[in-house]
Structure formats: C-alpha cells, structure tokens
Ligand binder design. Sequence first.
Ligand code: AMP
Length: 368
Amino acid sequence: MTDAANRPLPAGPLPPGSVIGMLGGGQLGRMTALAAAKLGYRTHVFCPDQDSPCAQVTDRATLSSYGDEAALEAFARSVDVISFEFENIPHDTVAFLAERATVRPGAKALAVCQDRLAEKDFVTAQGIGTAPYSAVPTEAALEAAVMAIGLPAILKTTRDGYDGKAQTRLDQMRDSGGAWEKIGGKPAVLEGFVDFAMEVSVIAARGADGAVVCYPAVENRHRDHILSQTIAPAPITPALAAEAERIARTLAEALDLVGLLAVEMFVTLDGRVLVNELAPRPHNSGHWTMDACATDQFEQFVRAICGLPLGGTERVADAVMTNLIGDDVLEVPAILAEPGARLHLYGKAEARPGRKMGHVNRLIPRAS
Ligand code: AMP
C-alpha cells in the first residue's frame, strides 16, 4: 500500500472551501464535520448507512459499500484530503483511496491500529508496557497461551473488536473450552488480566509539520464495557500524568501519523502505566474537550489533517463527560433544565441498548 503519510505533503494548509473526505458516518464524523464547517471547510462523507449521524450535517454524502470502486473513485476525485472516523475500514478500501488521494493518518497507523496483535507488538517495540499477551492464531494455540500468560485472562479477537465486543474472560482452565467459539472462532490474542487502579487515556495530535500536542490525561469509567464517564483531568499524580502523555507522544511520533491518536491505558496498583488500546482518530474520551479546552479534539483533528497549525490543548475548566447510552436519552429534558450542562446529541432516531445517543459535558468551577 502507498503510505500517503510519506507522500510529499501539499504545499501549505488546505485553503478554506476545500473538501474533507470522511470514511464512516457515525457521531465522530458528525462532530468532525461540524468543526470543519467552523474552519470554512466542506465535508463529503462516504458510508454504507442510510441517514447516518454524519451525513445529516455534511455538504455531500455518498451512500455506498466500502467495496464499490466506482463510488470510491468518484469520492477520491471530489475531495482534497481523506480521513476516517473508525479504524475498521477495510484495508483494500484505504489502499485504493491512498493511490488516488492523500489519506491521513497514513497506512502505517491504520495497519497497526486495526490489529490488536500488531498494536501490542508495536507498543512493545517502543519500550512501552502492555498487559502480558500471547498470540492465539488458532483454537489449538489457546492452551499454550493460557499456560504462558496465566489466569485470569481475556481472549480478544485481533480485529474488529470495540466496546468490549468479541472478547471473553477466562478465570479457570475449563473456561477455555467454549472461549474460542464465544469470540466467533477468529484469530485472537490472550491478555493477562490487569488489576488496575484506574483506566486513563491521552489524546495526542500530530500536525503535518510533525508538531505534537497532547490533551491532559483523563480518567475513563466504563459500564458494561462501554465508556460511561470521563473525568478531566484524571485524579493521578503529576508524574503519572506526565508518563501517560509521554507514551501518547512517543506512539504518535513512532506511527508517523498526521491526525489524532487516542491512547487508552491502565494505571496499575503499583504505579505503572500500560497501554491497552490505540485509536488513530477522535475518541469518546476526548468529548469533554468540546466545552473545556482552548481547541477541542475535533477542530484539532481538522487542523492536523488540513495542514493547519495545531491549537492549544490547555484546559479552561475541569469537566465530567457522561455518555447518554440507549434509554439514558430519556434524561434529555432534565439535562436541558440543568444550568451549565452542555448537551450534544448525535441525531440517531432509535435508542437501542448500548447505542451511544449523545453526551453531556458538565464543567466544574475551579476553586479560586
Ligand atoms: P478493550 O475493548 O480492549 O478496550 O476492553 C474494554 C474494557 O475491558 C477496558 O476498557 C477494560 O475495562 C476491560 N479490559 C480490557 N482488557 C483488559 C485487561 N487485560 N485487564 C483488565 N481489564 C481489561
């Protein structure tokens, strides 16, 4: 695949009026398109879904499958730069587009972040810790992996997992019996269970000129494996926060990406910071920045992929972001009645269980 990140960069920033091509039509694309409009850009979204949250707010939308080469060809010709709002876009689609347009972040970031095993190998190669892990390419390899890693452990598919999907916990040897079927019988990785004190994340932005800025480390609390709340900043020592930021910066540089890199990490009970997962795009744990930072993550993403200077990442207030998942959306009238609550809804018609419908940011006044 052509690594578009290594192609000669267009001279200077994309001028206002340029078109950002966005693969994927979810809420991350929607909030990126809104930020793009604020900076004078247009967005053309490409996704297979009718009435997607993103298409509701973009200048143009192509409704097509990721395998439709004629549609991809026309899309590539209609835009000035291409990015994506989720990393599980088929490899062939991105390869096809990268031959025809600049794709940011580039192929390396995608290849690494689409595959849990490649991701862990990459992180380890940078001298950064992860949970202990072992490849489980076939069911037959599971027993040896359990012997190597020990229990409890979590078996995760290497590809296409998100929000705790396609993974299962093993507490005793006998649990390994149905585990392979449970995750869909696909190549997997077995991870040792980390007895963490806290889950944190840092979002790093890297510009076309190689400049890197990081948002402050935040704490992430999950409910049923789905992010429920982000606490900004994370209540950790300055030394741990600095270590989490160092890790995010190191990985963004090593991936040579232009755009955002969200790094999810565990802080262990003995004070180590281990990487759990990478996402080369805006991230749910960065939604608090929309109301509490000098430049929010979506504008930062647009700035990076369009070759603009990066904006400030400083926190103007502490904040708590709460996701509205499924029926939580029934709380909207009460949230609207709450002074200071900042509501963001994604335009999804149906509130299914586990579906992210929106989020609310609550700012915490600083003690003077
Ligand atoms: P993931 O899909 O890998 O982000 O996992 C979803 C959530 O499961 C994480 O945010 C953690 O709360 C939990 N989890 C995943 N991997 C581990 C692990 N190795 N040890 C402990 N908890 C984990």
